[in-house]
Design a protein around this ligand. Structure first.
Ligand code: BGC
Length: 478
């Protein structure tokens, strides 16, 4: 058996997974070198991370400046959420959460010392995701109606936070225009429209009373849900089907602000998934990223998201595998119909593969044989390294951006910065937390950064935003 010499830059990938300093790669050095060169473009060094962070900072400035906002790709939308919760918010709220293949309706009760939630999840059929806006919003109204009935609330109208996790140019706290669909949605007639109007029209058609108080992005909800208990929370991050971040910004730095002239701060929804849409990341994007983009429903858009988020990581890994099979470096050069089918190698497989610490890769083998492949022990190890390299690049790209945002919110009177995080990718894939925490220390030395998991940012956070708005409104009225 040939043992690969230690190559920390690259092969640390394999040893991190197996905790075994001698990953099993049989064969001889020529094969090793060829695989290494295929995976080399996924290697993001510390220097590159710093550089990517600087590029994002420049894009942020462009998005915030009124003069350059129109051409900016990272839109930096003010959310008109001007205040973080102070813990005194109380009351009953509805929340709607649309952002992926599931839709949820929630009843959130903010009580003294506790938050109670009842929720129901509804699947969104593919036909609805890619159908018409009316179909989509009618379905949402029907689900809300059903939920209210099941909760014995009849047609009771409670203040509602609508978490709609797509790029929206907010016009106010409770209205916003969908700029472009992402994450596999294409429902016709919604882009360019005020989505709260569409929701209210659908509810009217279906006879459902509704009182929308806030339109919320999932990043904002996540930040709010963490800020409820942690007063150092200034940043929200989503690493799930898609990716995005938000943070607390001084209003005087938001050139596009159209709200209250006395406001001092606002949460900015960065929409960082679009970072790179003007080519600024082209030197980092690989042929696999270009293929993923070409075959996506939103070609040319969300380039940063397409290198990082859960919707794409499995597919990138699959593309690399196909390339290695074609070069006869994997599965003896024999592919399967499943491996050759776009989308068949799901991101959850990469999570399971990363989690499989067994010596002989039992779970990896099962995933591969289910895809009608015949993996050798060497193939299993190579597949681990491929998935690990793709995920590690994603984690490093994400933390590069996050470090830039952290630097922006860090101030002398803020000795600690808490980042509220949500999303299945971060929660389930073991590498993200580990890699990001480690890299953050190197990227932002001297700042205490806490990574805080949000508990249901999209639900609880939306209710909190509605609650804060009600509290501020009541204060004004009194
Ligand atoms: C959307 C963002 C959202 C992110 C995470 C992206 O595709 O554009 O609005 O926050 O996904 O769900």
């Amino acid at each position: 058996m040939y043992q690969i010499p230690s190559q920390p830059e690259f092969w640390d990938s394999a040893s991190v997974i197996t905790k075994d300093p001698t990953p099993i790669i049989e064969g001889q050095s020529e094969k090793f070198n060829r695989v290494k060169s295929v995976l080399e473009p996924f290697n993001i060094s510390l220097e590159m991370m710093k550089d990517i962070g600087d590029r994002l900072t420049a894009e942020m400035v462009k998005g915030l400046d009124k003069a350059t906002h129109a051409e900016a790709k990272v839109k930096m939308f003010p959310t008109y959420v001007q205040s973080l919760p102070d813990g005194t918010e109380r009351g009953d709220f509805f929340a709607l959460d649309l952002g992926g293949s599931n839709f949820r309706v929630l009843l959130v009760q903010l009580l003294e010392g506790e938050v109670k939630m009842e929720s129901k999840t509804y699947a969104i059929a593919k036909e609805i995701m890619v159908g018409t806006g009316d179909q989509l919003f009618d379905y949402i109204a029907d689900c809300l109606n059903e939920f209210k009935t099941e909760q014995g609330l009849g047609n009771k109208s409670l203040p509602l936070g609508f978490t709609f996790s797509f790029p929206c140019k907010q016009l106010s706290l409770k209205s916003g225009i969908l700029v472009t669909w992402t994450k596999g949605f294409t429902a016709a007639g919604v882009e360019g429209k005020n989505v709260v109007d569409l929701l209210m029209e659908a509810c009217k058609r279906r006879g459902v009373d509704i009182d929308v108080i806030a339109l919320v992005n999932d990043t904002t909800g996540t930040l709010m849900s963490c800020a409820y208990t942690d007063h150092n929370a200034y940043v929200g991050l989503i690493l799930g089907t898609g990716t995005n971040a938000c943070y607390m910004e001084d209003v005087n730095k938001v050139g596009t602000w159209e709200g209250d002239g006395n406001a001092r701060q606002t949460i900015v929804n960065m929409e960082w998934g679009a970072f790179g849409d003007d080519g600024v990341l082209d030197d980092i994007r690989t042929e696999y990223d270009r293929n993923v983009d070409e075959t996506s429903l939103n070609r040319g858009k969300q380039q940063y998201e397409k290198m990082i988020s859960g919707m794409y990581l499995g597919e990138i890994s699959r593309q690399v595998m196909v390339k290695l099979v074609q070069s006869k470096l994997l599965f003896n050069g024999v592919s399967s119909k499943e491996l050759d089918t776009p989308g068949k190698f799901e991101t959850r497989f990469t999570t399971d593969i990363e989690n499989d610490k067994s010596n002989n890769g039992t779970d990896v083998a099962k995933i591969l044989t289910d895809l009608n492949l015949k993996p050798s022990l060497e193939d299993i190890e190579l597949v681990r390294v491929i998935c690990h390299s793709v995920a590690k690049r994603a984690a490093r790209l994400a933390v590069a951006g996050l470090a830039a945002v952290t630097k922006r919110v860090q101030r002398d009177d803020r000795p600690e910065v808490t980042i509220g995080i949500d999303g299945t990718l971060y929660k389930k894939h073991p590498l993200f937390k580990q890699e990001m925490e480690e890299m953050m220390k190197l990227l932002v030395p001297g700042v205490k950064v806490n990574f805080m998991l949000s508990e249901d940012g999209s639900g609880k956070g939306a209710a909190l935003i509605a609650a804060v708005a009600c509290r501020l409104h009541n204060n004004k009225v009194q």
